[in-house]
Design a protein around this ligand. Structure first.
Ligand code: ADP
Ligand code: TYD
Length: 211
């Protein structure tokens, strides 16, 4: 792949959306072609699946259905948008990706390794090059979103669910240590953005040296 695939992960309210926008701005100023996208969503079909998934009235949704819908939404997103952009040499910045399914559906819902397996099928080999993990305990993230917006179906889960998501991410950062970059997300927006910019630039240099 000619492009660079960067994902942002972390609990709800850890600052992913804020930081991904700042990095997109920075990359564009550096002259890169950037595709900024999100999951679940990013294409018309994937956004329609997002609406199904996050509707707070769908309280009866089964965990397996939920895991398959996230994976289906991702399959379409990769095929229609992410892979073509990478082939065209763009920097793709994606707010959440497959690790969210492993943390939320695999660990927190307790569905285990089957979630990784269905997602490997969904992404067909399109793995992130780097993943910024915004490290913030779940209770602090929850406080930030509770005061800022209406909560979607997943955000309405209780603190023990969100603590399990956080524990899941801490395992993922060990398993995928080669691509994970951990960022202390309890600091100010500007301090975090500066560290992400530095890490991004260091990655671009490492990659150019390796080519
Ligand atoms: P996420 O996409 O991870 O859910 P957001 O970027 O939407 O997180 O941030 C959630 C809320 O927290 C927003 O109101 C945002 O302005 C605020 N926020 C983001 N980063 C910080 C930070 N470093 N310190 C304090 N508040 C923050
Ligand atoms: P998002 O809009 O990114 O929420 P936030 O901005 O609060 O981080 O994602 C919506 C919800 O969907 C969020 O609670 C996390 C959840 N989610 C999963 O459970 N599995 C997944 O694979 C993805 C991509 C998201």
């Amino acid at each position: 792949m000619k492009g660079i695939f960067i994902t942002f992960e972390g609990p709800d309210g850890s600052g992913k959306t804020t930081q991904i926008r700042l990095l997109a701005q920075h990359c564009r100023q550096m002259g890169f072609e950037v595709v900024l996208t999100r999951e679940p969503g990013g294409t018309p079909i994937s956004e329609a699946i997002r609406d199904l998934l996050l509707d707070p009235s769908h309280k009866e949704m089964d965990g397996v259905t939920e895991a398959l819908l996230y994976a289906a939404s991702r399959a379409q997103h990769v095929a229609e948008k992410i892979r073509p952009a990478l082939e065209a040499g763009c920097i793709v910045l994606c707010d959440r990706f497959m690790d969210s399914s492993i943390a939320y559906q695999g660990y927190a819902r307790g569905l285990g390794d089957d979630v990784r397996v269905i997602n490997e099928f969904a992404i067909q080999g399109t793995q992130p090059d780097i993943t910024f993990f915004l490290d913030l305990p779940a209770d602090q993230g929850k406080k930030r979103v509770a005061s800022a917006r209406d909560l979607d179906r997943l955000e309405q889960e209780d603190l023990s669910f969100h603590n399990a998501v956080y524990d899941g991410y801490r395992k993922l950062k060990e398993i995928y240590a080669d691509r994970y970059i951990c960022i202390d997300a309890s600091r100010s927006i500007e301090e975090i953005a500066a560290e992400i910019r530095e890490q991004f630039e260091a990655y671009v240099v490492r990659r150019a040296e390796a080519e």
